[in-house]
Design a protein around this ligand. Structure first.
Ligand code: HEM
Length: 433
């Protein structure tokens, strides 16, 4: 990384902390997402902000925060909020200038994945990509997912204590998505590392992490270039071959869009699900009654997974840009303004969930936006739910008395992707061993 980039990052860090303090003094509340207290438990901060200023301009992040459920949903549905930063010349040109020395990054910036696109391009690419995620097809994967979980758990059969992140939460979604995409098993460990590095580079000022993330992005693009070239001559119906066919049949997808879609699906497909499984297990083991209740009533697992998603959403916030000057509930938003939609804040809003601070697997109606809302609603939601369901069924069946080694393990320091890096659990008794 160039010296001037490092200096810019250091300046941002100092500015951010300074401005967060100013905000706290002026408003009595701020969202310093990099603060260790907020990383460990962000919810009191979002609650306070929602109570006092559900729409808040953060001087520190130079963007708006929206923290109430209804307003988050409203903004995600509103066409006047877009995802494509290139539509705002001032903002986009600033970024272009910063990365002009790196043609690969510039190319990526000019060709965002569907997550960073607005209609009509977004709709065209999404329509093609979601063909591989139809509910019926995902449901048919259940036996294979069960087998993958069994294989993961076999590796720790003789360990009285194990790290559930390493043993199950990481390899399960990585294997599932790799098989769906038809990627060789020998590459799993490698792309798992690249995906982790890529995610680690979001929501951080750590120069080492940013450098690793840029490198991982390059390596993933090269990897997919090679894989796609090979797959052009293959028959089959994996996700990548389906997308190649769409590209070849009618110019519906450019080659760059093909790389981007593969990279997005691979990374989005497992980094988030990993966190759902480990966050969910942590929540269940924190309240052993829930663990025993689900053991007795495994048919309640899907409802428990919904509550896990609500209570500890793996994706804590998403962002949009204001497409045209507008009045948003009495606040003047200017064209190009950055808006953070707080999924974590929305899910804990007492206006839509009674006693939101209680983790309650018997909650009658669960309101959550953990998979987003509107046109960018997660295409992998059914798959993630299915993987979590099978993972908990198997864990409950195999380890009836599982418990946490450390009741308060540290949370990983990425403020936008919430999860534990390590979650050690102990098998008090083990049917499988
Ligand atoms: C618990 C697991 C998951 C969570 C919490 C999650 C969360 C999200 C969220 C919040 C969004 C919307 C972002 C926005 O509006 O800016 C999203 C979009 C997306 N997710 Fe997921 N996701 C999960 C699993 C998956 C899986 C398993 C896949 C695919 C295999 C996937 C693929 C995608 C894609 C491609 C998009 C972009 C959709 C679009 O832009 O139209 N996700 N996800």
């Amino acid at each position: 990384m160039r010296l001037q980039d490092k200096a810019r990052i250091k300046f941002f860090e100092a500015y951010f902390h300074g401005m967060s303090m100013v905000e706290r003094l002026v408003h009595g509340a701020s969202l310093n997402v990099f603060d260790r207290d907020m990383i460990e438990n962000p919810y009191p901060f979002y609650n306070k902000m929602r109570d006092q200023r559900p729409i808040h301009y953060s001087l520190a992040l130079r963007g708006w925060w929206v923290t109430s459920f209804d307003l988050v949903q409203e903004a995600l549905k509103d066409k006047r909020f877009g995802a494509d930063v290139r539509a705002y010349p001032q903002r986009a040109d600033r970024i272009r200038k910063q990365i002009a020395h790196d043609p690969e990054r510039l190319k990526n910036f000019e060709n965002p994945s569907m997550l960073g696109l607005d209609p009509p391009d977004h709709s065209r690419i999404r329509r093609l990509a979601q063909q591989g995620f139809l509910h019926k097809f995902i449901a048919s994967l259940e036996p294979r997912i069960a087998l993958i979980v069994d294989n993961c758990l076999t590796t720790i059969d003789n360990d009285p204590v194990f790290d559930v992140v390493e043993a199950l939460a990481k390899p399960l979604p990585a294997t599932v998505i790799a098989e769906m995409m038809g990627l060789p098993e020998s590459d799993h460990a490698q792309f798992q590392r690249w995906s982790e590095d890529l995610i680690d580079g979001t929501g951080t000022n750590d120069i080492g992490k940013l450098e690793k993330s840029m490198l991982a992005s390059r390596q993933l693009t090269n990897y997919f270039r090679k894989i796609i070239a090979q797959k052009r001559d293959e028959k089959g119906d994996d996700l990548i071959i389906q997308l190649i066919r769409a590209e070849e049949e009618g110019d519906k997808l450019t080659e760059q869009e093909l790389y981007n879609t593969c990279q997005l699906v691979l990374v989005a497909g497992h980094e988030t699900t990993t966190r759902l499984i480990s966050n969910g297990l942590y929540l269940l083991l924190k309240s052993p009654d829930c663990w025993q209740q689900l053991r007795a009533n495994p048919d309640q697992i899907p409802a428990a997974v919904e509550e896990m998603l609500r209570f500890e959403p793996p994706v804590q916030a998403t962002q949009r840009f204001v497409r045209e000057e507008l009045d948003f509930h009495g606040h003047k938003f200017k064209k190009g303004d950055l808006v953070f939609l707080s999924i974590a804040g929305g899910n804990r809003d007492p206006a839509v969930n009674d006693h939101p601070e209680d983790f309650n697997i018997e909650r009658e109606k669960i309101n959550q936006v953990s998979f987003g809302y509107g046109i960018h609603l997660c295409i992998g939601a059914s798959l993630a739910r299915m993987e979590a369901k099978v993972a908990f069924e198997k864990l409950l069946e195999k380890y009836p008395d599982l418990n946490l080694v450390d009741p308060d393990p540290h949370w990983g320091d990425n403020p936008f992707f919430r999860g534990h890096e390590v979650l050690q659990v102990r098998k008090a008794s083990n049917k499988g061993a």
